[in-house]
Design a protein around this ligand. Structure first.
Ligand code: SF4
Length: 73
């Protein structure tokens, strides 16, 4: 598995930590269009299932992408 350090400035997320680090075990990034098919926040344990359902979702720009693991504090 790749080891990625995720820096994120969304400080009202449950997984956000000091110095803008994400402490989630894994995160799901997808397009806004695919994201809209699921609840506002999804359980990280459902990530693999959701990825298999969504498949691949090319985006034209970064503005079309979002972190689906976001969970409001
Ligand atoms: S889960 Fe997403 S929104 Fe929340 S801190 Fe991590 S990267 Fe940021």
């Amino acid at each position: 598995m790749p080891q990625v350090s995720v820096r994120c400035t969304v400080d009202n997320c449950y997984f956000w930590a000091q110095e803008n680090f994400c402490h989630a075990e894994s995160i799901l990034i997808t397009t806004d269009q695919a994201s809209s098919q699921y609840p506002e926040s999804v359980d990280s344990r459902d990530t693999a299932m959701i990825v298999s359902q969504i498949g691949e979702t090319p985006a034209e720009s970064c503005q079309e992408t979002a972190c689906k693991t976001f969970s409001r504090k």
